[in-house]
Design a protein around this ligand. Structure first.
Ligand code: SAH
Ligand code: SF4
Ligand code: F3S
Length: 473
């Protein structure tokens, strides 16, 4: 096996620490003059990987002397961490960035920064350069660890800063982190993707697949558990191929080692790619109580013809085999999935095969997407004769079918007692809490605030559309 990971060397991280100190000094001098410390606003679009990256951005900002704010108008630094996965995600970013123009007019010293997946695309960086002159700082996913230096430059150089060079990607260990909560934590175990599904932009904007060392992951998870975190979600675009390039332990073994850590916590992971979902993985979930018996296994389509065109490298039969094995081995296992409607050349016949698969698996929930053409991907060059109206009709049909299944699945929980991690105040009003079951379903129940952050047992009394409610037992 080739050791292909390129880890950011300690000297470079030291340089970045020195930049953090410089920005901190600038802020403290300003603070002494004005009497108030500077504020930063950070917003993430897209997936949990972006949320995890934003936690590093906030960690670095905190070390540079910034306090976080939810009000853009109060911010001295605004950072949008962007997502490129679908056109509507990009449109939302452009809309929100456009709206910052007025903020900048009111407060010309405000630094406006854009980072994340969208910025790693040349045509987007160019558009920002030309059409959004009030944006001061642009950097892609590969430059995350260099944020302190880039911010320092934006603050002191008097010119706009663009760092969007492509790269196979790196791993930076030990970046500061400011986590969004204290109950659930995201832990990336790998970055990038090598699968090149023909519709997907992720491999182009996130670089080659690379895995963190199991040692670093286990250390981080132990620390989180000691700090009192109750749920750890392991992140990667394809966690099932964890470590395959680095001569590391398998993903199943990593899960076993995490589950063996002492403490009251549970583990989730996303995303599993069906082509690499092994029986060993299923057996591991079955054997370890701390691993949630819920598998998010995106199938995308139920048609083998379309799966092939998508370069997913499994058939509907392979997929159903794994589902069958999991149902057999893991009592009460639940599934969720991503489904794409309207991939180029998809016909109604193909789509009906997706519906059939959805009915067969009986997912607890689905994340459904209309195909969106991404510049530079293979599918962008494929001929697509289906009209948008037709695709929307299929999409609605899928939602109806899943709506029915979801209601039936939720109703099946009534009368059962579920282990729920209470994670906040409920929507049903004062005296109610909300939490998530092992299947990640929302559960509302009457309880005292002191139980937030604890595992509780809730007897389900009612199933609503997207949530359950019950009483503490
Ligand atoms: N690595 C994960 C998916 C990451 S992207 C996996 O392979 O399962 C999350 C979801 O966005 C995908 O599962 C897919 O359903 C959807 N998606 C990705 N590219 C898309 C596109 N071009 N148009 C519409 N949906 C897309
Ligand atoms: Fe995209 Fe496919 Fe990689 Fe998932 S596995 S991130 S869908 S290329
Ligand atoms: Fe979007 Fe990038 Fe995640 S494109 S879905 S934020 S990896």
């Amino acid at each position: 096996m080739v050791k292909s990971v390129s880890t950011v060397p300690e000297e470079i991280l030291d340089e970045q620490r020195a930049f953090m100190k410089r920005v901190y000094d600038i802020n403290m001098t300003a603070c002494q003059q004005s009497g108030s410390s500077p504020y930063a606003f950070v917003h993430s679009y897209g997936c949990q990987q972006n949320v995890a990256d934003a936690e590093h951005i906030k960690g670095m900002l905190a070390e540079m002397g910034y306090r976080m704010t939810d009000e853009i108008g109060q911010a001295d630094v605004v950072i949008y961490n962007t997502c490129a996965v679908r056109e509507n995600a990009e449109d939302r970013v452009f809309g929100n960035v456009g709206a910052l123009k007025n903020q900048k007019r009111r407060n010309p010293s405000m630094i406006i920064g854009l980072c994340g997946c969208m910025m790693q695309q040349e045509h987007i960086a160019q558009r920002i350069k030309k059409s959004f002159p009030f944006v001061d700082l642009v950097f892609g996913t590969h430059a995350l660890h260099a944020f302190p230096e880039l911010l320092y430059e934006a603050l002191t150089s008097g010119h706009r800063v663009f760092e969007t060079t492509g790269s196979d990607g790196v791993i930076a260990e030990g970046l500061p982190t400011k986590r969004d909560g204290h109950i659930k934590a995201w832990v990336p175990i790998m970055y990038g993707c090598d699968n090149f599904c023909t519709y997907c932009i992720v491999p182009y904007v996130r670089g080659r697949e690379r895995s963190r060392s199991s040692e670093a992951i286990l250390k981080e998870v132990k620390e989180l558990i000691n700090e009192g975190f109750k749920e750890i979600t392991l992140l990667g675009q394809n966690v099932n191929s964890y470590g395959s390039k680095e001569d590391e332990i398998s993903f199943a073994e990593l899960l076993r080692r995490i589950a063996a850590i002492d403490g009251d916590f549970r583990v989730r992971f996303m995303t599993s790619h069906p082509k690499d979902a092994t029986k060993e993985l299923i057996d591991t979930i079955a054997a370890c109580d701390k691993i949630c018996s819920h598998i998010h296994l995106p199938v995308q389509s139920g048609s083998n013809r379309i799966l092939k065109q998508m370069n997913r490298r499994y058939t509907a039969e392979d997929y159903l085999d794994i589902i069958r094995y999991a149902k057999e081995k893991i009592p009460g296992v639940t599934f969720t999935s991503d489904i794409m409607v309207g991939f180029p050349s998809e016909t109604y016949e193909d789509f009906k095969q997706t519906l059939a698969l959805v009915k067969q698996v009986e997912y607890d929930a689905l994340f459904t997407f209309l195909y969106s053409k991404r510049v530079g991907t293979k599918a962008a060059a494929m001929e697509d004769l289906t009209t948008d109206a037709e695709k929307s009709r299929w999409f609605r049909e899928l939602l109806e079918v899943q709506g029915e299944i979801g209601r039936k699945r939720n109703a099946s929980y009534v009368g059962q007692t579920l282990r729920v991690l209470a994670d906040g105040k409920g929507r049903s009003g004062e005296g109610f809490l909300t939490g998530r079951s092992e299947s990640n379903t929302i559960v509302d129940f009457e309880a005292d605030d002191s139980l937030i952050g604890q595992f509780v047992h809730v007897k389900i009394t009612e199933a609503r559309n997207a949530a359950l409610s019950g009483v503490l037992v």
